[in-house]
Structure formats: C-alpha cells, structure tokens
Design a protein around this ligand. Structure first.
Ligand code: NAD
Length: 263
C-alpha cells in the first residue's frame, strides 16, 4: 500500500488474531519487518506462514518477563533492530452477571496479561530502543478504560491502568527518543467477544447479544474492523506522529463521545 514503515522492525503482541493480526498485515504492507508474538503457538505459526516473507513468529506469554526479554532479543537477532513495539495482547474478563461473583484468579490473570504485559513489553523494548536511537511504543487499552460501566470491572481497571501507564512512560522515556501512545478500541468484532462469554452455558446466544449491544451504543453505523485499529497503529508507528506522545486515541465509532440517542 505504501512505505510509511519502510526499514522499520516491529513486534506485535497478540499478533495471531483480531486487531493484532490486522496490524501485522498493515505493518507489512507499509514495508516493516514484523515479529508476531502470541501465546497461541499453533495459530501464530499458521498466520506467520500464511503472510510469507518479512514476518516471523515467536511464542510468547506477555506476562512472563523472561519470555518478553527473549522476544526482544529474538527480534533484534532476526531483523537487526527494533523500532516499533505494539503491546496489543489482551484478554477479557469472564463475563458474570454480578461483580460479587467475580473470582480472584480472574482478577489476577487480567492484571498480569492486560497491564503487567504492557509494562513488560514497554520496559524490555525501551531498554533496546534507548541504546539504539529511540522508537515508538503503542499500547492497546479499551474504551472500557476511559468510560465506567457495569460488568468487567477488573478489565476496565486494567485498561485504565494502561492509559495512565502510557502517559507516565511517555514522560519517562521522552529523553531517549521513545514515544509511547495508546489506542482505545471500541466495539470491534473479533474473537475476544466469544472468549468473554466462553464460560457461559448459552455462550453462542450471549455472544450474539453482546454484539448487538455493541452496535446499539455506537453513533457511527458501520461495524468497526480490526483494520480500523491497525490504521491507527500505523500512524503511531510512523514518523507522521513524531511530535505525538502520551496520548490515547479512541477508535470506537464515537462511543466515548456520547450516546447515539436524540436526547
Ligand atoms: P483476540 O482475542 O482476537 O486477540 C487477542 C490475541 O492475544 C490472541 O491471539 C491471543 O492468543 C493473544 N494472547 C492472549 N493472552 C496472551 C498472552 N498472555 N501473551 C501473548 N498473547 C496473548 O482479541 P482482539 O479483539 O484482537 O484484542 C486485541 C486487544 O484489543 C486486546 O488488548 C483487547 O483487550 C483490546 N480491545 C479489543 C476490543 C474489541 O472490541 N475487540 C475493544 C477494546 C479493547
């Protein structure tokens, strides 16, 4: 499509599916070399093989510091550097009708993947970037980290943490030439919806209802796609955003702006 990322090397965590996969594809189209980092070995290897040259897969659990360090070392060894770190991997809260039924183990895992994973990806990437002329770090948060609401309390808290962490890291790392920004997707149709409802006895119906609810709160009528988020990631990854750091960009069809009701 273009050469916005020509000569750059990127890591995309959660790159085997949904927003991550679409971002890998867009980064490749813009001339980057990309490492897909994902906990799902089978899917990650299949996607990397399907996308052809300029892409590698490295199985990684973003919540394990040693694995993230290995991921950065692997990328630098394979492609000769690291300029873009897209900390995108994330998991939803298992949806329960009542917060009082939320389980402690779920809370810990959400924090480990959705918040600690972002922190580790930022730190390990920044250690390399600080010694090598800087770079761009992009973190996936959620509109749930901006707006309060019922349900998914630990997910919302982790994603709010990502926004504040992003701002602090942007300030902390600016003098190394490292920019840190976040993207807040909203109502994008990916497999994350079925993951959130997988534990429910009527999971297919719950997934359908959730997708309908996502549609009903959106001012823009069209479905949001993973590529809409990937396009925002290309902007943050490229030199077009060279004076932009510490920001959060909702890509959500207008949900954060307000309700699509004539009130
Ligand atoms: P997805 O389920 O399609 O993709 C998530 C990917 O992350 C999967 O490939 C999964 O294997 C991987 N992953 C999960 N745990 C991991 C771990 N510990 N280490 C490495 N990889 C791991 O979902 P998606 O919708 O593409 O979600 C991507 C990001 O966007 C997530 O951070 C999610 O919270 C965020 N998000 C999505 C939406 C939406 O509407 N889809 C809205 C707000 C935020």
């Amino acid at each position: 499509m273009g050469n916005e990322l020509s000569g750059k090397v990127a890591i995309v965590t959660g790159g085997a599916s949904g927003i991550g996969r679409a971002s890998v594809e867009r980064f490749l189209e813009e001339g980057a070399q990309v490492v897909i980092a994902d906990i799902n070995r089978e899917l990650g290897s299949t996607v990397a093989a399907a996308l052809g040259s300029g892409v590698e897969f490295k199985q990684t659990d973003v919540s394990a510091s040693g694995e993230v360090a290995d991921l950065v070392a692997f990328t630098v060894a394979r492609f000769g550097g690291l300029h873009i770190m897209f900390n995108n991997a994330g998991i939803p809260t298992a949806m329960r009708a009542n917060f009082l039924d939320d389980e402690l183990a779920d809370f810990h895992r959400i924090m480990e993947v959705d918040l600690l994973g972002v922190m580790l990806g930022t730190q390990h990437a920044a250690r390399h970037m600080a010694e090598n002329g800087g770079g761009s770090i992009i973190n996936t948060t959620s509109i749930g980290g901006i707006r309060a609401g019922t349900g998914e309390l630990s997910y919302r808290a982790a994603k709010a943490g990502v926004i504040h962490f992003t701002k602090c890291a942007a300030i902390d790392l600016a003098h190394h030439g490292i920019r840190v920004n976040s993207i807040a997707p909203g109502a994008i149709v990916t497999s994350i919806v079925s993951t959130a409802t997988a534990h429910l006895p009527d999971s297919a119906e719950a997934t359908r209802r959730l997708r309908e609810a996502m549609k009903s709160i959106r001012p823009l009528q069209q479905d949001g796609t993973a590529t809409d988020i990937a396009n925002a990631a290309v902007y943050y990854a490229s030199d077009r955003s060279s004076y932009v750091t510490g920001t959060v960009l909702p890509v959500d069809g207008g949900i954060v702006a307000g309700h699509a009701m004539n009130t």
